[in-house]
Design a binder for this molecule. Structure first.
Ligand SMILES: Cc1ncc(COP(=O)(O)O)c(C=O)c1O
Length: 382
């Protein structure tokens, strides 16, 4: 079996699962309790926070635990809007964000906020000039993803940060769910960013885990109110076993980041070289300079994405139509739509997404199976 759907989720590592199990059994207190069971849970929670902060070059107080990327994105976007609504009602984002951002923005528009969606070019990248032109005196947030989850394009985060240095009051948020462990840490944790969203299950931690980086002194309103956990910004008893497991997963990921990125690039290039130039193949992640190492999106024109996915599955290779969210709804990729890709091409697109566990031998096997399927698709394509 070859798992090439790591952007949908990754398999939790055995040592991460074992941390989860051990903490569940042994450190089961509520971190808010005053007795010794509470204290040991609290200590482990804060140890995990400190470990994550250190790995990212942040302060422990700047890490807030959430249930994943969707919650982090909602918290930063709506939390900024609710907190800063007296100062302004304008937000800026891109046309290719994950639905967690996109739908949060739409909800805010229904509440009277005004949103500018920056367009992208044919490589799925925004222009900094467009950003400069969109900024207004009442702008309160700029939210830009690090790596697009459907085609893998990287946004010019450092350039965006430079522009926003002239606007210190605007919150700058990066959705880094697809960017962690991909050699982009300096660009993501840049000196201007205020909030960053991370999701544990994209780096071998359990599903339902995540955290945001929230720069000290930057205020957002909470969405979940209650017992006041996470500095009053995210009430709810902390999931200590999952948080400890996530801290471990992040350490393991970043321990071998460089070699994993190099391997992913080689795997991606091996597949790219194989399919480039073939009749009816359109590649959307071709320009490797501005693309993450782990995502490769291409279409076999004339064959529906679902058909391609199932054909690979029959051969034991797991890929996806462009995103897990759109897969079951049979929707065309919203990113490709925003890039003005014709509908009949967009519905033929599939995504290969690599992880740090994949090997070059798997890429070679993928290519062998690809040849077989491509020959079989000949009739449909015609
Ligand atoms: C870019 C991006 N943002 C946010 C999310 C949502 O993360 P989660 O699945 O942890 O809610 C995803 C998930 O695929 C994503 O790719």
């Amino acid at each position: 079996m070859i798992y090439f759907d790591n952007s949908a989720t990754t398999q939790a590592l055995p040592e991460v699962v074992s941390t989860y199990a051990k903490v569940s059994e042994q450190v089961w207190g509520n971190p808010s309790s005053l007795h010794k069971f509470g204290e040991s849970a609290w200590n482990l929670l804060e140890q995990s926070r400190a470990q994550i902060a250190k790995l990212l070059g942040a302060n422990p107080g700047e890490i807030l635990f959430t249930s994943g990327g969707t919650e982090g994105d909602n918290l930063v976007v709506k939390g900024t809007a609710f907190e800063k609504r007296e100062f302004g009602k304008h937000l800026i984002t891109t046309t290719i964000e994950h639905p967690a951002i996109q739908n949060s923005m739409e909800q805010l528009e229904e509440l009277g906020f005004d949103v500018t969606y920056l367009p992208v070019d044919e490589h799925g990248r925004i222009s900094v000039e467009d950003l400069k032109a969109a900024i207004r005196p009442d702008t309160i947030l700029v939210s830009v993803m690090a790596v697009n989850n459907e085609i893998g394009s990287e946004q010019p985060l450092v350039e965006v940060a430079d522009v926003l240095k002239d606007y210190p009051k605007i919150h700058f948020h990066i959705d880094a769910v697809q960017g962690i462990g991909k050699g982009l840490q300096d660009a993501i944790m840049n000196d201007r960013v205020d909030f960053v969203t991370f999701s544990g299950h994209k780096f071998h931690a359990p599903r339902g885990t995540g955290f945001i980086y929230a720069r000290a002194g930057r205020k957002i309103a909470p969405l979940l109110t209650g017992g006041g956990q996470e500095r009053n910004l995210r009430s709810g008893t902390e999931n200590v076993p999952a948080i400890a497991a996530m801290a471990k997963a992040l350490r393991l990921l970043l321990d071998h980041e460089q070699e994993a990125v190099a391997r992913e690039l080689t795997i991606k290039q091996t597949i790219l070289n194989h399919i480039q130039g073939l009749r009816n193949i359109t590649i959307f992640s071709e320009d490797t300079a501005n693309f993450a190492p782990h995502i490769l999106c291409f279409a076999i024109e004339g064959v529906r994405g679902e058909t391609i996915v199932h054909a690979f599955e029959e051969q034991g290779i797991y890929i996806s139509t462009t995103s897990a969210c759109s897969s079951k709804k049979h929707l065309a990729s919203s990113t490709l739509k925003a890039m003005n890709v014709a509908d009949d091409v967009a519905t033929s697109a599939v995504r290969v997404s690599l992880g740090d566990q994949n090997t070059l031998a798997e890429a070679e096997e993928f290519n062998r199976v690809f040849d077989q399927l491509y020959a079989g698709f000949g009739k449909i394509m015609a």
